[in-house]
Structures are given as C-alpha cells and as structure tokens.
Design a protein around this ligand. Structure first.
Ligand code: COA
Length: 390
C-alpha cells in the first residue's frame, strides 16, 4: 500500500520585513543577509497569530468536509507551543471542526517535530488504511533584536494530509535517523527567545547530513543519480547548500547541475518567509513542487530534516501521477504577494509586544488581521481563539 502526502498547504502571517532594510538599520552590508545568509524577506507575526492559529489557517486551506471526517489523528509539531500541558492539536481540532473520534497530540524536538509526526502518521495509516492524519508544523522563530540570529527569524505553518493512495507523494520505507546530545540551539522554559550557538549549529547540521547520507547510501543502495532533488530543513537558505556541497562531489557534472538547480528552486519560498522551524523543510518541498515546472511523476525527492539538540532524518518520496493538480500554487502565490511590508521600527514594536503572563485579561483587535483564524485575546488564563468563518 502506498502511504504519503495527499495534500500540502502553508500559511504565513500577512506582514513581512525587507531584509535589506533590516541590514541597513543594523549597519550590516545587505549582501550578508541576502547572499551570505540568503534571506530577502522575513515574515512578521502580529499578536493575533500564534503557533495554533498559523497551523489552523494552513490546514483550513487544504481540507474539505470528507477530509475533516476521515482525519482521526492530529499531530502537531512545534517548538513554540502555547501551553505546557494541553496540546496545540486539540485547539486546531476544535477550530477546524474535525471528527471527534480522533487522537490529538503535540510533538517536540526542535525543528524535527513535524517529521516525527509524518513517520508516526505513516505507521497509523498502515494499521488503519481508511483514516487520514493531519500533520502540522507551526512555529514563530524568535532570537531577539540585534542578535546574530535576528536575520534568521520568521513565522509560518505547514499542514500535510497523510493518507493511503496519496495524490502528491508516496513516502518510501527506507529512512535513516540519528540522535546525539548537542547544545547547538535550545530554549529554556523561562525564555520566549531561542539561545543558539550559531557556528556549532551550522557544523552539527552539516555533520548530521553527512553521517546520515552515508548510512542511507549503504542501507538503500541508492546514490545521488537516483534523486531528482534533495530538499532540506532551511533555517536560512544558505544552510542546505553548505550541507549539500561536499556531497555533490560524488556525482557527475549533469547530476550536480540538476541537484543544484532544484536546490535553488526549493529555497524560493523560504527566502521570502524566513525560518519557520518545524515547517521549514515542508515549505522548501512546497517551493520545489510548486515552482519547478520540469518535475515529473515517478521522480524521487530526498528530504533532510534536522532539529537542533539534535535529531536528524533523511527520508524520500516518489511523486505521483497528476500530483500537480493537487497543489495550491495560485493560493500560495496570492498569499505571498498580498502581504504588507512593515518598517523596521514597526517590526521592532511588534516584536516587543507581549501577551500578559500575570493572569490579566487582554482583548486583541483581530480586524487588522486578514487571517480567518486569529487569537482574539486571553481571559481567565485561557487563550480565546476566533474562527471568523464560523
Ligand atoms: N556579502 C556576502 N556574504 C557575506 C557578507 C557580505 N558582505 N558578509 C558576510 N557574509 C557571509 C559570510 O561569509 C557567511 O557565509 P558562510 O557561512 O558561507 O561562510 C554568512 O554570510 C554568514 O556570516 P557569519 O559571519 O557567519 O554570520 P553570523 O555570525 O552573523 O551568524 C548564523 C550566522 C546563521 C550563525 C546566525 O544567524 C545564527 O546563529 N542563526 C540561528 C541559528 C541557525 O539558524 N542555525 C542553523 C542550523 S539549525
């Protein structure tokens, strides 16, 4: 039985910051951000969006009524969840009106959570072929104003519907995963900004890819020529390029060219959104699927997932006949192009806004947020979510 990605969608908040303007304000050469790091725009989440609403908005765009009834498992990968006990998946389940006979859980391992969710979903569908699983990867990447990580912030959510006989991509069984205790990036429970040893995280990402790729080749008997493209978790778009470069030497010039070209296409959406942590690999996959018009059914796509701390995994999928008809190219294009630019001072003011943590009530103005699903406020220590369509 084939199991894989039946639908895939992405949601980004409606505000963005131009990286050239951020560079100028920080007295940095803009080429460092746009070329050295590889980011053009950064999604800026208003107070009315959090990990729950971003994910719910992403899923809303891809699910029909039949999906909502068939989904019996919601797996929410995030490292910026809103509650230490209640899973973000339960909120999304309610906001979308999903079948009540469902499991709903949150999965955490930095940027790797959604990948763990996909593998769990695959096992669940193998046991229950009629069911569908909604996997979400949703985060707000925050490092702090004027920090080295500032240029690699962003916000957004990927939603993937995993099912039998998928319309977009069948996942293959061979996969290699690897864990090692590394303090390259972490966020203690008392902080709403991440701590990162940036250089170490770059090194570890590259080392994990190299280790996992070698093992994958041994286990699968495949090599670079068997891949149309390899997509990466992209904390910033230069990162995957750094990991791919040494490995490319294994292939002849034509294959190197194909993989380099497709890598470039796979970074397109990430360049204008920034880091979205758990959803980042899937934003890159989406960028490739929606922007590379030469892709053909039957092609094998590699996916490298990396969650600092650290867990990495390389897994693969085969594009299915007619996969293009199940993509939402126009909808994503419209969403990205209708966003509103904010100035650096506006971005800084939004960044500094904080929800109360002392139990007081806040009512947020959701009229300026075009999203269907918003955070309306907090009262009695409970987040008040609003689905404007209900
Ligand atoms: N023109 C073009 N490129 C330039 C440049 C300029 N004027 N100035 C610098 N660069 C290049 C550097 O050569 C470097 O490229 P390289 O990595 O290929 O060598 C790149 O821009 C970044 O410069 P660097 O000095 O290393 O940046 P930094 O110390 O400010 O931090 C990160 C970069 C990614 C470490 C930092 O943003 C960070 O900590 N991010 C969060 C953690 C993260 O995303 N980790 C990734 C793995 S999960």
């Amino acid at each position: 039985m084939k199991i894989g990605i039946d639908k895939i969608g992405f949601y980004a908040p409606h505000l963005y910051l131009d990286m050239t303007k951020l560079a100028e304000t920080r007295n940095v050469d803009p080429d460092k951000f746009t070329i050295g790091i590889g980011q053009e725009k950064m999604a800026v989440p208003p107070m009315t969006q959090d990990a729950v609403t971003l994910a719910a908005n992403a899923a809303l765009k891809i699910l029909d009524e039949a999906d909502k009834q068939a989904i019996d498992f919601v797996i929410f990968g995030t490292e910026t969840g809103v509650d230490s006990s209640k899973s973000a998946a339960v909120y999304v389940h309610e906001l979308l009106g999903l079948n009540p006979y469902a499991r709903a859980i949150e999965v955490k391992q930095a940027c790797y959570g959604a990948t763990a969710g996909i593998q769990m979903a695959k096992g669940h569908i193998a046991m229950n072929p009629e069911s569908k699983v909604l996997v979400l990867g949703s985060d707000i990447a925050r490092y702090g104003l004027s920090t080295p990580g500032e240029a690699t912030q962003g916000a957004g959510a990927a939603a993937l519907l995993i099912s039998a006989d998928p319309h977009i991509m069948a996942l293959e069984d061979e996969s290699v995963y690897f864990t090692a205790d590394v303090m390259d990036f972490w966020r203690p429970v008392y902080s709403d900004e991440a701590f990162a040893d940036g250089k170490l995280s770059n090194e570890q990402y590259i080392a994990f890819f190299s280790e996992i790729w070698s093992r994958y080749k041994e286990k699968s008997g495949l090599d670079l020529k068997d891949f149309e493209a390899i997509t990466f978790h992209l904390p910033y778009t230069k990162m995957g390029k750094k990991a791919l470069k040494p490995v490319l030497e294994e292939a002849d010039a034509n294959i190197q060219e194909r993989l380099k070209t497709n890598y470039q296409v796979s970074t397109g959406y990430n360049r204008i959104i920034g880091n979205v942590y758990t959803g980042s690999l899937y934003l890159s996959l989406l960028s490739l699927l929606e922007q590379q018009n030469d892709l053909e059914a039957g092609s094998r796509i590699g996916m490298f997932s990396y969650g600092s701390g650290a867990v990495g995994e390389f897994f693969t999928g085969i594009l299915q006949d007619g996969f293009r008809e199940h993509l939402q190219v126009k909808q994503h294009h419209d969403m990205f192009t209708s966003r509103k630019e904010v100035t650096v001072p506006e971005y800084e003011a939004i960044f500094e806004e904080k929800l109360p943590t002392d139990g007081s009530t806040i009512k947020l103005d959701i009229n300026n947020d075009p999203a269907a699903i918003c955070l309306g406020g907090i009262s009695d220590d409970k987040r008040q979510y609003v689905n404007k369509l209900q």
